[in-house]
Design a binder for this molecule. Sequence first.
Ligand code: UDP
Length: 500
Amino acid sequence: MDINEGVRNTIRSLPPRIHLCYQPRSQTDIQRGQVVGALSSLKRFGQGPSWSPVVTVSRSASFKNALVQDYHITSHTMSVDVCIVGAGLSGAVIANRYANETNKKVLVLDSRDHIGGNCYDYVNKYGVRMNKYGAHLFHTKRRDVWDFISQFGTWEPWEHRTLAKVYTADGPKHVPIPICIPTVQQLYDPDVKTEQDMLEFFKNETKDINFTKPYKNSEESTLARFGRRIYESFFRDYTIKQWDKSPERLDASVLERIPLRLNYDDRYFTDEIQMLPSSGYTSIFEDLLDHSHIQVLLGVDYLKHKECFKNIQTTIFTGPIDGYFADYNYKKLEYRSLNFKEENVELERDDDYVLPASVVNEPSMKVKYTRTVEYKHFLQQKAYTSTLVREYSSSEGDPYYPVPNDENRGTYKAFQELAETETARERRRVCFLGRLANYKYMNMDQAIGNALDHWEDWKRDWLQVCDSPVPQTVLHRPQQHHNGFTQNHIDDVREVGKVA
Ligand code: UDP
């Protein structure tokens, strides 16, 4: 029987509860083996209607092959307790907690064709691990966040350093940012050597600045901390390029992300825990989502197919909140996106580099990009070709950064009110989690911490009432390899896809 025909027959025979299915675009797609996971389910359609073509993430299957990339949603039935929209940090962490601490079936959806959200990385043809959406450096002060995330994959210490390219009368200089003693010595005064010297230097730099705390915006806070000379050389133009607005129109918190150091510490972060995943972030997400109760659907835009998922008792939405409530025609929230331009440079030796640091910031208007990342630096990768990636900020494209200011906060408040009453309106639990859903400029550890906090709150307030968590050991059954999937996985697909 033709596979498409098999799919159609199966769909017809299933009662409509949640409509969810994939229609391969062509037989060739299947033959190419791009969607091995889906195929193994589809093949079984001939054997009866109890198979769902949904692909479950499984460590023992080749993860990439299990991605459902070329499939369209048509209709199908399966039973799922929790629908998580977004396979980025917030979505993956909360999915992991649900699967491990309850007996609930979790469906994770993402409109992109990969897991990992903006942390997604891959190894390019020159053998260098690249972040598709800009460099991601993990650092945290939160021990609980580290204890949690370090269970997945393997991590190595990495202290990130950034240089800023500053134009002087003697030509461009690469100097450390955040501003610290070496920055001041190289640009302004070689005699500044101690913390006391730095205090005096900045007292002088800021003597004409009269702003006092609480600062109203990023211009006030930066002028008050650094003075006009440094503000103009390092911050004003970079910020205009990045946000398309003057620091005066951004919350003080945006530029306060960059500290002033009175010592020699030229690291970008001072958190005690600073790590990079040895085999990349994507493998961390594979581990987070590797559970027989988690199914991942990629290339599925939840907002376009919302109706299909409305019977799932809990939805956790981690996408942009204004996208979720687009029907209300409220004012749009502002986001910044990034465009990336790559340049490949051949090297004489595999341990050579093009740039003097992994990240070089461009705080001047001489170039339009904000920074260049040379990924080969991270964990000192060896390759004869180095790929440099220049970042151009843009208002078009995938939302990366919420824009923190009063105007957007006001707009967000209206969405927040809708979010607070969405559970009552939908008569099922809907919650909004993460950087885009909460319209907050969060670092990776904050996103993980936020998801863990959310989980603990929910366990306390909700799970105890509705459902008691199942001890972890009950869920962790031994897994056996079978046809590219774990045996455990196949049993679960059968169970999840079961006709109600
Ligand atoms: N910033 C700047 N000059 C720099 C680095 C940062 O003006 O050399 C400002 C800019 O507005 C930026 C903000 O500080 O958006 C936060 O910088 P961070 O490096 O934390 O940005 P992210 O890594 O989140 O893009």
